[in-house]
Design a protein around this ligand. Sequence first.
Ligand code: HEC
Ligand code: HEC
Length: 186
Amino acid sequence: MRFAVVVVLTIAVFGGWGPPSPAADLSTPATGASVEEDFEDLPPGPGRAAVYFTCTACHSSKQFTQQRMDREDWDQAISRMVHDNKMAAPRPWARTLMLAYLSSHFGVDVEDWAGLPPGPGREEVFYLCQACHSLKTVLQQRLSREVWDETLVWMVEEQGMPEPEPADYARLLDYLGTYLSPETPR
Ligand code: HEC
Ligand code: HEC
């Protein structure tokens, strides 16, 4: 069946039978790989595109991927780009997204997940919750699932946290209610 499809396509493209040609190898997407490479050495994650398109306009990503800074220092680095280096001021949401990305992937705590215990949902908590405050704000709490639920709603409704998709929300809540519950030892 597959052979038949390839043959039909080969005929369609080249108008007849012929020796196999590299151009007829339709199984290899020609552009997929280079799109990945275009992000230079930036690891995948929410905010990568925003950082890539904003920050590599003037210099290579190497200018900042070697750094390890906490959120406050990344915030100041972005301010320096705007005030000293004539970068266009990012929109607030873009700044939040870039800060989350930079402090997650090139933060001081990146090796130990800032102390978040391992478990499903850790990544989501790690990336989302330190966009606005240190993860210590989260880690020092021991709350029931119900109170975590209220806290998340509060983050969304009062503090401007982007509302997670329902599946992500459930993962966040499961993680917090399981690993930072009143039963969790300090
Ligand atoms: C409009 C141009 C421009 C843009 C956009 C830009 N930068 Fe820069 N950046 C510079 C210049 C100029 C330097 C100084 C280079 C040097 O010192 O040789 C620099 C240096 C840096 C440095 C090292 C020096 C320092 O002040 O810490 C970091 C880190 C940095 N940039 C991060 C970023 C990040 C993160 C972004 C995206 C949010 C970004 N840059 C976007 C122009 C820019
Ligand atoms: C858009 C910004 C933003 C994001 C994202 C965010 N928070 Fe917050 N959070 C805040 C602000 C602002 C405060 C301080 C509010 C206050 O004390 O009035 C806060 C405070 C808190 C507190 C402290 C409550 C207390 O009683 O002191 C907890 C716990 C918390 N956040 C949990 C989370 C969790 C968990 C996440 C990730 C799922 C998260 N936050 C993501 C903005 C945010």
